[in-house]
Design a protein around this ligand. Structure first.
Ligand SMILES: [Zn+2]
Length: 215
């Protein structure tokens, strides 16, 4: 497992663009992820299976500093923080013998507008930490004007089943253990709908992993 490192280039970038705490925006040392007051309390969450997910793993409850930090990750390119989360997740998942890593697909238009897909960034880094292949082209997200976070729990459950589909590039996953990554898991309906699709391709086990999980 490779621990992500700060690079010399980070030191020089910091001279022009000072590194800031993702929670309170205070300027921090170039090789720090948070200021001392905002470090989220680490609380590994491992949950019982959902309908199609065999295991659900997250680092923090979706609240407080951890929630604020993930909101920051959605709006800015903060690669080192994504790498830190991925490394922590890779330690939790070290015993799971994952064959392949993928992520919950983001709506194409949303990705184009934002220019950044946090689940993709974390998943790619997680695959690197675990030294496993990464494939983000298995599933696709259908276009919808109503974002998932604006729906209530019941609406999410019914919408998730029709929002995601297998892409034309999807290949068989016979007998594989697939790690499905997202930034936040709320009701679990999204990861479950995606896990169902992965199992249609033959995946034997699907493990959902996220930075935050709504408690
Ligand atoms: Zn702070």
């Amino acid at each position: 497992m490779k621990r992500p490192k700060f690079l010399c280039s980070d030191f020089f970038i910091d001279i022009i663009l000072p590194n800031r705490c993702p929670v309170c925006s205070r300027v921090i040392a170039w090789d720090k992820l948070f200021c001392d007051e905002c470090i989220p309390e680490e609380k590994d969450i491992v949950e019982a299976p959902l309908l199609s997910c065999d295991k659900v793993t997250a680092l923090y409850p979706y609240e407080g500093n951890a929630r604020n930090a993930i909101l920051f990750l959605k709006d800015n390119r903060h690669k080192r923080l994504a790498e830190h989360y991925a490394y922590r997740l890779s330690i939790l998942l070290a015993e799971d013998n994952v064959d392949l890593v993928t992520c919950v697909p983001m709506n194409f238009y949303k990705r184009m507008m934002r220019g950044y897909d946090q689940a993709d960034v974390i998943a790619k880094s997680l695959a690197k930490c675990l030294n496993k292949p990464y494939d983000h082209s298995i599933m696709r997200h259908s276009f919808s004007l109503k974002a998932q976070h604006s729906r209530n729990a019941e609406q999410r459950r019914s919408a998730a089943g029709t929002t995601y589909s297998l892409s034309k590039k999807a290949v068989g996953l016979n007998g594989k253990t697939v790690l499905l990554c997202d930034d936040v898991i709320t009701t679990g309906s999204t990861v479950d709908a995606c896990a169902k699709l992965l199992k249609q391709l033959g995946a034997e086990r699907v493990i959902a992993a996220a930075v935050c999980r709504t408690q």
